[in-house]
Design a protein around this ligand. Structure first.
Ligand code: ADP
Length: 352
């Protein structure tokens, strides 16, 4: 059978993650090695609509494996969700004779990719997000590097926290999932970890602080996921919660946690929000290798004329999963998972 793919487009979309550039490099090398031409689409789906792309021969991806962020740039493009935007995107791809697209990104990116397939442009997805919230894969490109960043930050906070005998709340990214907070928190030896999957009771957090006090530990590190939620709020309906959030007086959940501890105990609590710093940095060895492996596998699928899949990693194997089984299904932590039980054995408080 004749090889279907002659020229593909590769893009990075949504939240950027360390290792996205390494993934673009790997896809490019794998495709070029099979005689498939590669175009780099600039700024995610936006570049598709506005015809912004560059050719990617092998030499263009030299010295890219170590880059932070994505040299193809990333964007959030609402226009792509509309039929008109999609039609413009398809027209651009046809103009360049691009017969397939490899999209590196998170859940939103994977929601867009099947739409391309439905419009006659086959697509393959690679999971790239620091949130690690993509279903059907144990890992995502960028997660390990971000974890290293979180650990470094928590280690530094501990230094100052200990010197001043204070409580410190650190807010960790992850959108609706707590992966980065859980693993970063365990590795950074946080005393309290609050994640969206386990709604918290502030009094349990205070009990933990007081227990540490009684044992002579004068400081407490509290890792709070940006999506953490209290038990009271978790009981509200979506509508009630939305209504409540209209009058929310804190900049984010970590400030709420800190304020409540301060109100109830009178102790000083500091908040650190490292924010987008967590997305930066050169990809760590794991992410470089991981991105290279997934990119190579995507190249293999192209040769086999297979598309409509996300290439992921499950139980130590590279796997391909239909994109429609991935998009819109965020991977959350199971509150009964063994890692949670083990963390509790170490004395970590989840506020439950
Ligand atoms: P991430 O891929 O990191 O989850 P976003 O949620 O911002 O990031 O999604 C990235 C892009 O994917 C969006 O800006 C948009 O162009 C596209 N996208 C997201 N959701 C959809 C959707 N339901 N249909 C089509 N395209 C979508």
């Amino acid at each position: 059978m004749a090889q279907k793919f002659r020229k593909i487009g590769v893009l990075t979309s949504g939240g950027d993650a360390p290792g996205m550039s390494a993934a673009v490099r790997a896809v490019t090398r794998a495709a070029n090695a099979r005689g498939v031409q590669v175009m780099g689409i600039i700024g995610g789906y936006r570049g598709m609509i506005h015809d912004e792309m560059i050719e990617l021969p092998n030499r263009e991806v030299s010295n890219k494996i170590m880059l932070s962020g994505t040299f193809l740039y990333s964007d959030r493009c609402l226009e792509f969700k509309e039929e008109e935007g999609m039609q413009k995107a398809i027209a651009t791809l046809k103009k360049h004779d691009i017969d397939g697209v490899i999209a590196i990104g998170g859940d939103g990116t994977f929601r867009g990719a099947p739409d391309l397939t439905n419009h006659g442009i086959p697509s393959i997805g690679l999971p790239g997000t620091i949130d690690n919230d993509i279903t059907a894969t144990d890992n995502t490109i960028g997660f390990d590097t971000a974890m290293n960043t979180v650990i470094e930050l928590v280690d530094k906070l501990r230094d100052t926290c200990e010197s001043h005998a204070r409580c410190n709340v650190v807010e960790v990214m992850g959108r609706g999932a707590g992966w980065l907070t859980l693993r970063g928190g365990i590795a950074g030896a946080a005393d309290v970890i609050l994640i969206p999957e386990i709604p918290y009771d502030i009094d349990k957090v205070i009990d933990k602080i007081e227990e540490r006090d009684a044992n002579g530990s004068k400081f407490t590190i509290i890792a709070v996921a940006e999506g953490a939620i209290s038990k009271e709020d978790a009981k509200l309906s979506k509508k009630e919660y939305k209504e409540k959030m209209k009058n929310y007086k804190y900049p984010s959940v970590s400030y709420e946690v800190a304020a409540k501890i301060q109100e109830k105990t009178g102790r000083e609590v500091r908040v650190t929000v490292p924010g987008h710093m967590q997305r930066g940095g050169s990809p760590c060895p794991y992410d470089r290798v991981f991105a290279s492996r997934l990119g190579a596998e995507a190249g293999k699928l192209i040769l086999k004329d297979e598309y409509g899949f996300m290439v992921g990693y499950k139980n130590r194997e590279i796997v391909k999963v239909p994109l429609e089984d991935v998009a819109g299904k965020l991977k959350m932590i199971d509150p009964d998972a063994s890692i949670i039980k083990e963390a509790k054995l170490l004395g970590i408080c989840f506020g439950d």
